[in-house]
Design a protein around this ligand. Structure first.
Ligand code: PLP
Ligand code: COI
Length: 355
């Protein structure tokens, strides 16, 4: 039976899968909630979204997504606090970034209200799927792909916007060991690195496989021109602490403008930590590792939250990072997750109550 919620039609599942899920042992993004939001772009307009049972999608073999990779996505989380209220973190930033990605990939931009009202309705319907145990959340994956047909190499005339959700635990288990890349590039000037385009991730898989064989979990990308400057990791922005200064590279058309990154910069400044957004050379980081001024490195992202880096490889040498008692990563992770899970005051106004 269909019901209307926030002017969105909701078609509920006949029976929920929720009892099959072990909420005390959640991996990242591998079980999916009962429903999804679906919205079609056709005849030049985005139609009103619907909430439907989570289900496979049928596509024609000539759908342009398969051939030309017109596909973009976002990553967000819904957090449940101790009272059972549900919160999002800076959701308008994701909505805006989806449309920045859409523009670059010649995908029609999605109306803001379809994103926010659609997501709110989906969360209302699948509220029980939002985990409450520490470190867990409902990972939200909004995405748009070209569903229109034809082998002509040009933008599709039909698209699907879908939001699927997955109750999830941590993205990384434990500290991350990274390899600073000297040969391959994730993105280039004038390219699509700043867009959350599916192809940006596919292009990283092969160099990351090579790094994994050598014992590293993530690649740290360097600039495509000289491979001398640190850019970002596969699924997170990078922070480096030299002495007591926290550094991160500037965003550019090669780097994803991470919402966690910009939040961490504001929280760090609020904590009185000296921050610098500037180009960081690999030479500087290696020198700091050798003379002991490199105190910590960590990644920041929605899935990864704040993930400490245990060490890095560069030019066939491994550099270990020290174990710190009062690390910036521990402090900043606590500050940001306390805001996200409604455990502390949100002086920045980032928390958005959904339910
Ligand atoms: N960089 C890349 C390539 C990512 O995939 C992500 C994850 O979304 C980030 C950085 C971090 O961005 P955010 O903090 O907005 O999740
Ligand atoms: C996220 O942090 O939400 C991302 O999109 C990273 C993803 C590749 C897991």
């Amino acid at each position: 039976m269909n019901v209307q919620l926030n002017n969105i039609t909701v078609q509920k599942v006949k029976s929920s899968k929720i009892n099959e899920v072990d909420f005390s042992n959640l991996a990242f993004g591998s079980v999916f909630s009962d429903h999804m939001l679906e919205c079609t772009y056709k005849n030049g307009v985005w139609e009103t979204p619907k909430v439907v049972p989570y289900q496979p999608i049928t596509l024609d073999p000539s759908s342009k997504i398969f051939h030309y990779g017109q596909s973009i996505f976002e990553g967000m989380k819904a957090y449940k606090d101790e009272e059972g209220s549900v919160w999002l973190f800076r959701p308008l930033e994701n909505q805006k970034r989806l449309n920045i990605s859409a523009k670059r990939m010649a995908i029609p931009e999605l109306p803001e209200e379809y994103f926010i009202d659609g997501l709110t309705t989906l969360l209302q319907v699948d509220k029980e799927w939002i985990p409450q145990n520490p470190g867990s959340s409902l990972y939200i994956r909004p995405f748009i792909f070209a569903s229109g047909n034809g082998f002509h190499a040009s933008p599709a005339d039909e698209y699907k916007f879908i939001i699927a959700t997955a109750p999830s635990g941590a993205y990384f288990s434990g500290k991350v060991k990274v390899l600073i890349e000297e040969k391959y590039s994730r993105s280039a000037n004038g390219g699509v690195g700043y867009a959350k385009a599916g192809g940006n991730y596919a292009g990283q898989f092969y160099p990351t496989q090579l790094a994994k064989v050598k014992g590293y979990q993530q690649v740290i990308w360097t600039d495509d021109n000289t491979h001398e400057y640190i850019e970002e990791a596969g699924a997170m922005n990078i922070f480096i602490r030299i002495n007591d200064t926290l550094l991160t590279g500037p965003t550019s058309d090669r780097i994803l403008d991470g919402i966690t990154r910009k939040s961490i910069l504001e929280i760090a400044a609020d904590e009185g930590i000296k921050t610098e957004v500037r180009k960081i050379s690999v030479t500087e980081v290696v020198k700091a590792a050798k003379d002991g001024s490199l105190k910590e490195m960590f990644g920041a992202g929605t899935a990864a939250v704040v993930s400490p880096i245990s060490g890095f490889g560069y030019q066939d040498t491994d550099y270990e990072l020290p174990e710190l008692e009062n690390s910036y990563s521990t402090l900043l992770k606590k500050r940001i997750t306390d805001i996200q899970y409604n455990r502390a005051e949100d002086k920045f106004g980032w928390r958005h109550k959904v339910l």
